[in-house]
Design a protein around this ligand. Structure first.
Ligand SMILES: *[C@@H]1O[C@H](CO)[C@@H](O)[C@H](O)[C@H]1NC(C)=O
Length: 368
């Protein structure tokens, strides 16, 4: 009895010590190295990073309350936090992300977002953080390559590297991120092509890779990602035609392929898919006619096919659509009468939607 009592007391005291002292000393040391490599001159967020217990009142740090291990580093420069509201300015930080963070091996969230001026690379060792679910470093000045073994992060659900200066190719291991839901690589300097087996990312619902220098064609395997709702590949150097399978995706609602070097015909499946509400195909080399496949279920917030080589007529079925918010067919080689009823059903459509074609006429242009 006496010994079990001692064990109980010991366990109790140990619990109290952890609760009081909180954070793991090695995690605290790593946090202080992380802090030392950064400079945040305006808000003083790191002033709170002092004292023994990194689990209490360290700005943006959270721990597992039973183990005292640091689980989250969540530092956002665009924040509603009173500290930011009061100062009236968004976050700014220079310096770089210390590889010492890789020692915090229970980390599930690493957000160092929108600080505008953090430079250097993402430490390659982040790929050893096997518990990582969120890696978000949007809005800095990070350079270098995406770690080649990024695919090791089997629990990663969010990978946001947007608005930086990452270069090199999208690593082929990216398709191994079996839990990935949100991928944002937009506005970097990435080259090479989208991996052919991109469709392995079965959990993906958003894939944003716009504003890079990607080449090659759109992998048909993307159409196998049945949860994908948002695909943005705009402002790259993609070539080839658009796989018609993209138009058969069950929940795809936004498809931005504008400002590439795409060619061939616009697949009719894209325009007959009533779930696709935002479609931008402008500034490419699409040719042939616009498929006449619109129907009373067609509902487009945006349908932009401007600046291509489309010829033939404006399809008559377009006027049977339920709704067309923003239509742009300008700067093509279309000819003939704009379908009767298009201008009356959608009386917000202006001449600018049809300008700079070969010989279009009728409302809202001049009568035929
Ligand atoms: C479609 O893309 C073009 C070129 O990238 C852009 O200028 C245009 O604003 C986009 N259209 C809409 C309606 O957003």
């Amino acid at each position: 009895m006496a010994s079990s009592c001692i064990i109980t007391v010991t366990v109790f005291i140990a619990t109290v010590i952890i609760a009081v002292n909180g954070c793991s000393p090695s995690d605290r040391t790593a946090l202080l190295s992380f802090k030392a490599a950064l400079k945040e001159p305006y808000h003083g967020i790191f002033n709170s990073w002092s004292g023994e217990n990194c689990c209490v009142n360290w700005y943006g740090v959270s721990c597992d309350s039973t183990t005292g291990r640091v689980t989250d580093i969540n530092l956002r420069g665009e924040s509603e936090d009173p500290m930011f509201v009061k100062s009236g300015r968004s976050g700014y930080m220079t310096g770089n992300i210390s590889p010492e963070i890789c020692k915090i091996d229970r980390l599930t969230t690493l957000v160092v977002a929108d600080w505008k001026a953090i430079t250097g690379e993402i430490p390659q060792c982040v790929t050893s953080l096997s518990n990582l679910r969120i890696l978000d470093v949007i809005g800095n000045k990070l350079t270098g390559k995406i770690p080649s073994n990024i695919g090791n992060l089997q629990r990663l659900t969010v990978l946001n590297l947007a608005d930086n200066s990452f270069s090199g190719e999208i690593p082929s291991s990216i398709v191994d991120l079996a839990s990935l839901k949100h991928l944002d690589l937009s506005n970097n300097a990435l080259t090479g092509s989208v991996p052919a087996n991109f469709g392995k990312l079965q959990m993906l619902s958003r894939a944003l890779m716009n504003r890079n220098q990607l080449t090659g064609s759109i992998p048909v395997s993307i159409s196998k990602i049945y949860r994908l709702a948002d695909l943005d590949l705009s402002m790259n150097r993609l070539t080839g035609s658009v796989p018609s399978e993209l138009g058969k995706m069950p929940v795809l609602s936004t498809l931005n392929l504008d400002s590439n070097l795409l060619s061939g015909q616009i697949p009719s499946s894209l325009l007959s898919n009533s779930g696709l509400g935002i479609v931008n195909l402008s500034h490419n080399g699409f040719s042939g006619t616009i498929p006449d496949v619109f129907c009373p279920k067609s509902y487009f917030m945006v349908l932009d096919m401007s600046f291509n080589n489309l010829n033939g007529r404006v399809p008559g079925s377009l006027s049977s659509s339920k709704y067309i918010g923003h239509l742009d067919l300008s700067h093509n080689h279309l000819c003939g009468p704009i379908p009767l009823g298009l201008g009356s059903t959608f009386d917000h459509l202006e001449a600018s939607s049809f300008n700079n074609n070969d010989c279009l006429c009728g409302n809202p242009l001049k009568t035929c």
